[in-house]
Write a protein that binds this ligand. Structure first.
Ligand SMILES: *Cc1c(COP(=O)(O)O)cnc(C)c1O
Length: 383
């Protein structure tokens, strides 16, 4: 197998394109925005922080009711912070699980010794609003419900609006992990009632990795004082401190914030959730259509597929070697992602980050080229 005469694509920075769940390909201008050293007390930097926090609230249409709090670290840091802050020691959390990120929330509760119950569906089945309704009827000690918006494990879209309506009807509090959906899939705080949603700088908002944020209903955040078992993850304390002096409590990830500010500007220039989500939708449609033409099968039916990341069943052709496939695609300029499923042997290809039809078509051409290298005419699938 040789790649001598196959061309290799790369982003303007010379790196392969990332068709992964994150970190993702960012624009050159987002990377260039990081070429500054700002002190944490610099007036420009303080203004930049305020601008970022305001725009995060705008994305969910939460002006006047919601506030945003930033936090250093990867996405999981802010998921953990949300659980530790919003679920008090005498509360009880119902965790809706259909993938690895729901499982991770359960693990966080184990670390924190928080009370929880779990409602689990298979990785290719959305969380179940009917069961949720019954659980909230039967167990009045459940104070909070947490759901993952798009379960990145499979790419499945969970029925957020239905879940939120049921939780609101029962007067419980809803927490959302929207890490891989925030900014690309609609979430409007005037239509979907939630107390907190968390996401990070480096997924659909296309910034650099290194910080997460929580957009919270202010009246709910006020109630969380003293709940957090962790100092560094105390969102209440971070919020109050920033209200007092507009600064982070501990060293801010200045370069990440510079990139994030630029990424948000590009996000709104693209048309916000409509523009960003629309581009990802076209990426996803092109990807799925092209892969199906070659014989690959998606794990999910189209109506459950979020336009974020697509899970494909592993081909059963004996000539197909995933390691070689992965390496060959990377050599051609496209990085994909192994599967993380327990229900099926699979791999994933992302639609998010600074990619459009040209890159998706390039990735499809690279896949076709790899199949030629393997001598595979038609993908077969053992089922
Ligand atoms: C990416 C992601 C996270 C956070 O992952 P990190 O690796 O900590 O950034 C959490 N939840 C979901 C649904 C995600 O896609």
């Amino acid at each position: 197998m040789t790649s001598e005469n196959s061309s290799s694509a790369s982003s303007p920075s010379g790196d392969p394109y990332l068709l992964t769940p994150g970190p993702l390909t960012t624009s050159l201008s987002v990377k260039q925005a990081m070429l500054h050293d700002y002190g944490s007390r610099d007036a420009n930097f303080i203004d930049l922080n305020a601008r970022i926090l305001e725009r995060l609230v705008d994305i969910v249409n939460g002006q006047g009711s919601h506030v945003s709090v930033p936090l250093q670290g990867s996405g999981t840091f802010v998921v953990e912070a949300m659980i530790g802050n919003f679920v008090p020691a005498d509360g009880k959390l119902l965790i809706l699980i259909n993938g690895a990120y729901g499982q991770r929330i359960k693990k966080i509760c184990d670390y924190y010794g928080r009370n929880y119950v779990v409602q689990e569906t298979a990785e290719d089945v959305p969380v179940n609003p009917v069961q949720l309704d019954a659980a909230l009827d039967n167990d009045t000690s459940i104070s909070h419900v947490v759901v993952v918006h798009c379960e990145t494990t499979s790419g499945i879209l969970n029925p957020l609006k239905e879940v939120a309506d049921i939780v609101a009807h029962h007067r419980r509090s809803l927490l959302i992990d929207s890490m891989s959906a925030f900014g690309a899939l609609p979430l409007d705080a005037t239509e979907v009632r939630f107390d907190a949603v968390v996401a990070s700088s480096n997924k659909c908002l296309e910034g650099a990795p290194g910080m997460g944020f929580c957009v919270a209903r202010e009246s709910a955040l006020v109630e969380t004082e003293g709940n957090s078992p962790s100092l560094v993850l105390d969102l209440y304390d971070q919020w109050r401190a920033m209200q007092a002096n507009r600064q982070w409590r501990f060293t801010p990830p200045t370069h990440v914030l510079l990139a994030f500010d630029q990424a948000l500007t590009e996000y709104f220039e693209e048309g916000g959730v409509g523009g960003r989500g629309g581009r990802y939708r076209s990426n996803c449609d092109l990807l799925v259509t092209g892969m199906r033409e070659m014989g690959f099968k998606t794990l999910l039916p189209d109506e459950l597929q979020a336009p974020i990341i697509v899970t494909f069943h592993m081909p059963s052709n004996p000539e197909f070697d995933f390691e070689a496939f992965y390496d060959g695609l990377k050599q051609r300029g496209y990085v994909i992602y192994p599967g993380k499923l327990t229900v099926a042997d699979s791999f994933r290809m992302g639609c998010i980050g600074r990619l459009d039809g040209e890159q998706i078509q390039g990735a499809l051409d690279a896949v076709a080229d790899m199949l030629r290298c393997f001598g595979i005419d038609r993908i077969t699938q053992s089922e």
